[in-house]
Design a protein around this ligand. Structure first.
Ligand SMILES: CC(C)(COP(=O)(O)OP(=O)(O)OC[C@H]1O[C@@H](n2cnc3c(N)ncnc32)[C@H](O)[C@@H]1OP(=O)(O)O)[C@@H](O)C(=O)NCCC(=O)NCCSC(=O)C[C@H](O)C(=O)O
Ligand SMILES: [Mg+2]
Length: 283
C-alpha cells in the first residue's frame, strides 16, 4: 500500500514484557503497534522480554504494522536487542533517541528491515532533515516526553514549548516523504485532552498519534481519519474539476472556493486514505 495512503492513525505502545497486553492488542482496531523493549520495560525484565516478544510476533498481528523499539545502541542491551529484532516477524525497527545519521548507519549494517527514528531530543530536531533523508528511514515518531525533559519545558495544553521542534520534524518528514506520528498523551483517562491534542496534530499534518492505552484508540482513529464532510467535499471537488476540465477550464468553484489541480490531488489522497481505512477494517 502507498505509504502516503497507508493509515497510521493509532500507533499503540505495548511493553514487550506484558503478555496480557501483547495478547489484547490482537483484538484492538489499531493501525500499528510499537512493541517496546526500551522505557516501558524494567531493566530486570529486558532480556526475557526479547523472547516474550519474539513468541508473540510469531503468532502474528494481522494487517497492523508492527514496529519493535529497541534500547539505544549505546546501552548494554542495544546490540542484542537489534540482533534479536532483526530476526523477529516485525515490519520495522524503531531506534530511540536518534540524533544523527551515524546511529541509523550502525543499525542498517545489522538489519535489512526498514528503520524508524524516535525524535525526542533538541539535537534530533536540529538534525531532522539529515535523519529524514537517510535512505533506510521509513518513519519518525515524536518522543514528546523526552523532549519536554530535555527542553525543561512545562506541560501546556497548546504544546507551545515544543511546537518548534515538532515543526522541524514535520518539515523534514514531509520533505522526504516519510511517515511521522505524534507523541503520546500521558493522561490516558482524559478523553477531551487527548481529542484536542489529536486534532492539533492532525491540523499540523501528522499521520497519526502514538498511544499508551487501549482507551485512546477510538479517539485517535476518528481524529486522523477523513471525516464524512471531508470525503463529501473531496468527491464534489473532483467532480466539479473534471466537469470544468471537460469544458476546457483549469479551475472550478465549490462552496464558493476555488478548486485547482493541487486541490484535486489532495482530494484524491483523502479518498484513497478513506478507502485504505475501510480495507484495513474489513480484514
Ligand atoms: C498505562 C498502563 C501502565 C496502565 O495499565 P493498567 O493499569 O493495567 O491499565 P488497565 O487496567 O486500564 O488495562 C485495561 C486492559 O487493557 C490492557 N492494556 C493496558 N495497556 C495496554 C497497552 N498499552 N496495549 C495493550 N493492552 C493494554 C490491559 O492488559 C487490560 O487488559 P484486560 O486484562 O483484557 O482487561 C498501561 O496501559 C501501559 O503499560 N501502557 C504502555 C506504557 C508504555 O508503553 N510506555 C512506553 C511508551 S511511551 C514513551 O516512551 C514515549 C516516548 O519515548 C517519549 O519520550 O515521549
Ligand atoms: Mg522517549
Amino acid at each position: 500500500m502507498d505509504m502516503r495512503v497507508r493509515p497510521y492513525r493509532s500507533v499503540l505502545y505495548i511493553p514487550g514484557s506484558k503478555e496480557r497486553a501483547l495478547e489484547k492488542a490482537r483484538t484492538l482496531p489499531v493501525d500499528a503497534i510499537i512493541f517496546d523493549l526500551e522505557d516501558a520495560v524494567a531493566p530486570a525484565e529486558k532480556v526475557a522480554a526479547r523472547d516474550t516478544l519474539r513468541a508473540a510476533l510469531a503468532q502474528g498481528y494481522g494487517k497492523r504494522t508492527t514496529l519493535v523499539r529497541i534500547n539505544g545502541l549505546e546501552t548494554e542491551w542495544g546490540a542484542d536487542d537489534l540482533a534479536a529484532a532483526a530476526q523477529m516477524d516485525c515490519d520495522a525497527i524503531l531506534l530511540p533517541k536518534v540524533e544523527s545519521t551515524a546511529q541509523l548507519d550502525a543499525a542498517a549494517a545489522v538489519t535489512d528491515k526498514p528503520l524508524w527514528a524516535m525524535m525526542e531530543t533538541p539535537r534530533a530536531m536540529l538534525n531532522a532533515a539529515a535523519i529524514a533523508a537517510h535512505p533506510r528511514l521509513a518513519g519518525m515518531v515524536m518522543g514528546t516526553n523526552d523532549l519536554a525533559k530535555e527542553l525543561q519545558s512545562r506541560f501546556r495544553t497548546d504544546r507551545l514549548p515544543m511546537l518548534t521542534g515538532i515543526g522541524l520534524c514535520l518539515l523534514a518528514a514531509k520533505a522526504e516523504g516519510v511517515v511521522i506520528v505524534d507523541g503520546v498523551y500521558n493522561a490516558f483517562k482524559d478523553d477531551d485532552g487527548l481529542r484536542a491534542e489529536c486534532e492539533q496534530g492532525r491540523d499540523m499534518g501528522m499521520d497519526g498519534k502514538t498511544l499508551i492505552h487501549p482507551a485512546q484508540v477510538d479517539i485517535a482513529n476518528a481524529a486522523f481519519a477523513p471525516s464524512e464532510v471531508e470525503i463529501d467535499l473531496a468527491r464534489r471537488q473532483i467532480a466539479a474539476f473534471e466537469e470544468a476540465a471537460a469544458q476546457g477550464q483549469g479551475v472550478a468553484v465549490v462552496d464558493g472556493k476555488i478548486v485547482e489541480n493541487l486541490h484535486v490531488a489532495t482530494a484524491r489522497e483523502i479518498l484513497a486514505k478513506a478507502e485504505a481505512i475501510e480495507t484495513l477494517a474489513a480484514e
